[in-house]
Structure formats: C-alpha cells, structure tokens
Design a protein around this ligand. Sequence first.
Ligand code: ADP
Length: 356
Amino acid sequence: MSVLLNPTTSSLFGTSALAGDTTESTGSPMVRIEDLCHRYGERTALDGVSFVICPAEIFGLLGPNGSGKTTIFRILSTLMLPSGGRAVISGYDIAHNPSDVRRQIGVVFQASSIDIKLTAAENLRAVGHLYGIKGAALAARVGEMLGRVGLSDRAGERAETFSGGMRRRLELAKGLLHHPSVLLLDEPTTGLDPGARRDLWQYLSILRDQEHVTVLVTTHLMEEAERCDRLAILSQGKLVALGTPTELKQEIGGDVIVLETRQIPESLAEKIFNRFGLPAQVIGGKLRLEKEQGHRFAAEVVEAFPGEIESISVSKPNLEDVFIHRTGHRFWTEEDAQAGDRAIRASANRKGSHKG
Ligand code: ADP
C-alpha cells in the first residue's frame, strides 16, 4: 500500500540553500551540457550531446537501454569525466570544480545506497555527518526529512524491514539532506509498485514547486517522461529530440496510423506511396504512417486496397511515436531494428509515380 508523502510540511530548503547562487536567481540554466562525448574504449556512449536545464524544472532524459542516459548521469554526478565537451552545474564545471558541484547536487542512484542494517534515522544521520551537519541541526533535519518522505513513524526501524517504496523514499531523503539545488535521479521508480511511483512523482513536483529544486530524471518509461516539464530524448548516444512532451508530440502534426497486412509490408508501403504520396515506415512487420485526419485516411486506404489490409488503427501521437519519427526505429527493440527490421521511408527521392 502506498503512503502519501506529506506536501504540507514547512520548507525543506532554507534560503541559505541557494544563497549566492546567482544562476538560480537570474534564471540562467542550472545545468548546461555542451557537446558532451564519452567513449568506453572503442564504444561511443555519448556523441556530442548538448542541452540546458532551467531552474526548478523537472527534466527527463528518455531513451532506450544503451542510449547513454546513465553515462550522462555519471558525468553529472562527478563519478567520471567525459571524454569531450563540458558539463556545468550551478555555474560550476564538473571537470574543474567537482567538489563545488557535489555541494550543489543530491544524487539518487538506481542501485540502493542505504544500509539496511541501520534504521531510517541512522541512515540519514550518517549522510549528515558526511556533509558536516551535526548536533541539533542534524537531528532537526533528519526529523524533517523523515516527515517529508512519510517515514516518521518508522524512524527507529531498520531499513531491512521496509518495502521497496519506503526504501526508495529513504534514498530520496538521503539525497536531499544537505539542501541541494539540483537533484539527479537515475531510473528512480525501478521496482516500485504503481502507488509508490505516483507518490514519488508527486513528491518531485512538490520539490519543484515549493522548494524550487531542479530535478533531472533518467527514464525509459513513456508514462514517466510524460510527467516531465521538458525532455531530452536520446538514441545511441545522440540527442534526437528536445522539448516539452506536448511540443514533441505536436511536431508529428497529425495522427499515427498503423496497418497490418498479410502481404509483404514493403510492397503495400510502396503502393500507398504511389497512390497517396504518403511515406510509410515498416516497423515490426507493420506499416506506420503519419497523417492529419487519420480516420478519413483510414477509410480511404481500406477502400483503395480491398482485402489487403488486415487491421488498421488510428491514434494521437505519443512519445514513442516521437522517437520513431526521429530515429526510424522502435523504442524498445533497437537491436532488432538494427539487425533486420527495415525502417523504410518510401522516400521522397523515389521518382514520383504517385497519383496524388
Ligand atoms: P543507458 O543508461 O541509456 O542504458 P548507458 O549510458 O548505460 O545507457 O550506456 C551507453 C553505451 O555505453 C551502451 O552501449 C553501453 O553498453 C556502453 N557502456 C556503458 N557502461 C559501460 C562500461 N562501463 N564499459 C563499456 N561500455 C559501457
């Protein structure tokens, strides 16, 4: 069962948390990434990625496995240096001022960092000591954070008795204990039930709205990406799209139509192009088209090719469609896509034999 996080407790972050941080007060980016590149040996993990994250926004890094999200996360959390390019947080360069960066960021890793043999309060006190917070200030802060993440009544219990959602909230409390202005979370809802996921996202919104914390979340889940204020979509180490979820979906400028046929999909794609001048992608054996007023087109295409279309669906574009639109392959099966799944566009450079 999920526990509602407490949004009403007084401010987590005193004004001192951001004092002197001119980037926040002037509205300049809190995070700036410029032409970031990284190689692991021969493998290119990041290939010239650039974007900025504004103060108090929830920014999502969305991409399939292997797209480079964790590599960016590791670089921003100062765990490793990039092979090329720059990353700056709150005005501090991660390569030149890593300890200043560390004071600005709270980090929640995918892998658990809590000590399950310690109580919730002991886990937080240990973090406080690392940051030099002591005595009454530490006790107050620990109590405040436990309240904020709904764990006050479990403060004295060992973390090994906690559910996955409770442990994740304790992780979050650890990441926020030292008043960071930027919170970095790597796939934070992995392993959580739907209720615990909702709670976590609700809490991130509270952090943004009430405490003006800037949040970076990596995710491969579309429904989580939809909750972000803005998104960077990555594929194979490259930035393929950047914007609000609504802006990104609007770029498709129509409906998404998916057709199934028993015939060779590429040949139906060609026929559709010749008849309607509309390029189709063949993905996973299905034809995918983008068209305004898709329901009308659906009727026309079924009529134009009687008996050839097995099924047809028309839907509004989602973020996966944005990914397909930009990359020409599916989100979940990049390897399949590379290996065999020909994502063809009945391309405009084909000599136009269509009848319009
Ligand atoms: P994501 O978090 O989106 O799944 P990663 O940043 O983990 O992507 O990985 C990007 C690419 O870098 C992948 O091809 C991955 O196999 C490779 N990679 C990641 N970590 C290492 C490593 N420690 N050594 C070698 N290759 C790595």
